[in-house]
Ligand binder design. Structure first.
Ligand SMILES: [Zn+2]
Length: 467
C-alpha cells in the first residue's frame, strides 16, 4: 500500500522539477567504463547471492516492503541518461546492528536494520538509498575496476570477489577475511562520492524528498562516533559534503519538498523496536563459526545425532493422515504440503531461507496425475533440481505405503550440510484425489542400515484417511 500512496502526485512533481530546473542543476557524467552494463548485472547478482548466504536477512515482509517502496520511488524518477534496461533494483534489509548500507553493481541494495533504526525520518533513509543508487547508476563499481587491470568477470561468485579483492588497487568489494561477514562494501574515491551525493540529491528532489535529509543523515552518522562510522568510512566525505548537498538542493528548488516524517516510518521503527535486537557483526561471525545460523550448502559440518529410538510416536500433521516416527524425532519444519521429522541436531536452517536435514523423514503431498510411476518420476526430477547430486542407486520396487500399493526407490546424494555421501529412500503412493503422497528418508550413507529400518516403519505405519 505504501508503494502506491504517492503515485498520483509523483508525475506532477517530476514535471515541475524538470521545467523549473532544467538548467539549474549540476550535470554528473558517469566515469569511463570498459565493461558492459550486463557485466555489472552478472557481478552484482553473484555477489548478492553470496551476501544473502552469509548475512542474516531480516525477512520481515512489512519492513522489506516499506524499504522497497522508498527504493521504487527513487527508481521511478531515474533520468533517462542514467537508465540501464538490464539493471534490476532490489532492496533487502539485513538484520544487523551496525549502521551501514551498500548496493552492488546492477542493482541489488542491502540496508542494515541499524540504519533504519538510526534514521530520524524517512527522508534520511531515502538519502542513503539515493546515494547508494547513484553509485549503481553511475556504474562506479566497474568504473573503478576499469582503472585496475586484473579484474575479471565471469567466474563464480567467490572467485569474482577474490579477483576483485586481490586484483585491483581500489577494490570493488573489499572484505575482512575470506569473503568476510558484514564487511561487504564498496569503497570509492572522493570524486565518486561527490558524484553520488549530487546525483542522489537530484533523485531525491525528483522523488519529492527534501534532499536536506541526506545531509542530515550524514550528520547523524558522524554523531554516532565510533559505533557508527562504517558507512562513512565506505563513503568518505568528499569535502564540504553538507554544504554541497544543500547548495544542489537549493538549485533544484527542493528544500521545501514534503516527505520526511511519515506515519509509515513511525510504524516500521515501532515494529523493529518490538523485535529482538539486531545482531552485531561480531555475533554474526560467531554464529557462523558455531554453525548455528550459518548458511547451509558449504558442507564440512560435523553432525552428531542419537540413533532412531525403537518406539514410535504418532503425529497428525493434517486431517488426512497420521504419521508415526521414532519417538526421539520431532516435527522440525512444515510447509504448505509437507512436514519434516528429525532427531535433535539433524536440522539446519540457512539464513537465506533454505533448510536441510541430515537424518529423518519428510512426508508430503505432490501433485499427481493418477499414474504412480509417472508421478514418482516427476517428483524425482523436481527433487533433483534442488539436489543436483541426487542419483538413483537401485531399482524401484513395489512396496506398500500406508497399506496401499506404492513404489520405493533408493537414491544417493551428497549432503549439503556435511559434504558427505548420504542415503535417501523415497516411497510414494497415490491419494484418492490424484495427489501423490511421498515419504523421503535421509541418512548418512554409513548409517543407511540403521535408518532404513526406521524409514520402513514410517511408511508402513502411515494412516491415510482421504476419501
Ligand atoms: Zn558513496
Amino acid at each position: 500500500m505504501s508503494t502506491f500512496r504517492y503515485a498520483r502526485l509523483a508525475p506532477v512533481l517530476i514535471l515541475t522539477v524538470a521545467l523549473g530546473t532544467a538548467s539549474a542543476q549540476t550535470h554528473v557524467t558517469a566515469p569511463p567504463n570498459k565493461y558492459k552494463p550486463a557485466d555489472d548485472v552478472k557481478l552484482g547478482q553473484e555477489a548478492a547471492a553470496q551476501v544473502q548466504k552469509e548475512l542474516p536477512m531480516l525477512n520481515d515482509g512489512s519492513v522489506d516492503e516499506y524499504v522497497a517502496g522508498i527504493g521504487q520511488r527513487l527508481v521511478r524518477v531515474i533520468p533517462a541518461e542514467y537508465q540501464h534496461q538490464e539493471f534490476r533494483y532490489t532492496f533487502r534489509v539485513v538484520n544487523q546492528k551496525e549502521i551501514n548500507a551498500f548496493a552492488l553493481p546492477g542493482g541489488p541494495m542491502f540496508l542494515n536494520r541499524g540504519m533504519i533504526e538510526a534514521a530520524r525520518d524517512e527522508g534520511e533513509i531515502a538519502g542513503v538509498m539515493a546515494h547508494e543508487l547513484s553509485h549503481v547508476l553511475l556504474r562506479h563499481g566497474t568504473a573503478q575496476a576499469t582503472k585496475g587491470e586484473k579484474f575479471q568477470i565471469g567466474a563464480i561468485a567467490g572467485q569474482v570477489l577474490g579477483a576483485i579483492v586481490g586484483g585491483t588497487a581500489g577494490s570493488i568489494i573489499a572484505n575482512g577475511s575470506n569473503l568476510g561477514l558484514s564487511t561487504y562494501f564498496m569503497k570509492f574515491s572522493r570524486e565518486y562520492e561527490s558524484q553520488a551525493d549530487i546525483l542522489g540529491v537530484q533523485l531525491m528532489a525528483r522523488a519529492g524528498y527534501n534532499p536536506q535529509s541526506m545531509a542530515n543523515m550524514f550528520k547523524t552518522l558522524a554523531a554516532q562516533g565510533s559505533s557508527g562510522p562504517e558507512f562513512l568510512s565506505d563513503h568518505p566525505n568528499p569535502g564540504n559534503r553538507e554544504q554541497r548537498i544543500q547548495q544542489e538542493a537549493k538549485m533544484l528548488n527542493a528544500t521545501n519538498n514534503p516527505y520526511g516524517n511519515t506515519a509509515e516510518f513511525q510504524r516500521v521503527q515501532g515494529r523493529l523496536k518490538g523485535m529482538s535486537p539486531a545482531l552485531t557483526a561480531k555475533q554474526i561471525e560467531q554464529q557462523s563459526q558455531r554453525g548455528g545460523n550459518a548458511p547451509i550448502g558449504t558442507g564440512g559440518r560435523a553432525v552428531n545425532v542419537d540413533p532412531p529410538s525403537g518406539s514410535l510416536r504418532t503425529y497428525q500433521p493434517n486431517n488426512a493422515m497420521r504419521v508415526s516416527v521414532p519417538a526421539n524425532w520431532s516435527p522440525v519444519e512444515s510447509g504448505g504440503s509437507s512436514v519434516t521429522y528429525a532427531p535433535q541436531g539433524a536440522y539446519f536452517q540457512g539464513n537465506n531461507g533454505g533448510s536441510a536435514f541430515t537424518h529423518g523423514v519428510e512426508v508430503g503431498v505432490a501433485q499427481g496425475t493418477g499414474n504412480l510411476q509417472n508421478d514418482t518420476n516427476s517428483l524425482l526430477r523436481s527433487f533433483a533440481q534442488s539436489n543436483p547430486q541426487l542419483q538413483q542407486s537401485g531399482n524401484a520396487r513395489n512396496e506398500n505405503v500406508g497399506g496401499r500399493s506404492g513404489i520405493t526407490v533408493q537414491l544417493a546424494n551428497v549432503s549439503e550440510v556435511t559434504g558427505q555421501p548420504e542415503y535417501i529412500s523415497l516411497s510414494t503412493t497415490e491419494l484418492r484425489n490424484g495427489g501423490l503422497l511421498y515419504v523421503i528418508g535421509v541418512a548418512p550413507r554409513n548409517e543407511a542400515g540403521t535408518y532404513d529400518t526406521a524409514f520402513r516403519k514410517v511408511r508402513q505405519n502411515i494412516q491415510i484417511s482421504d476419501r
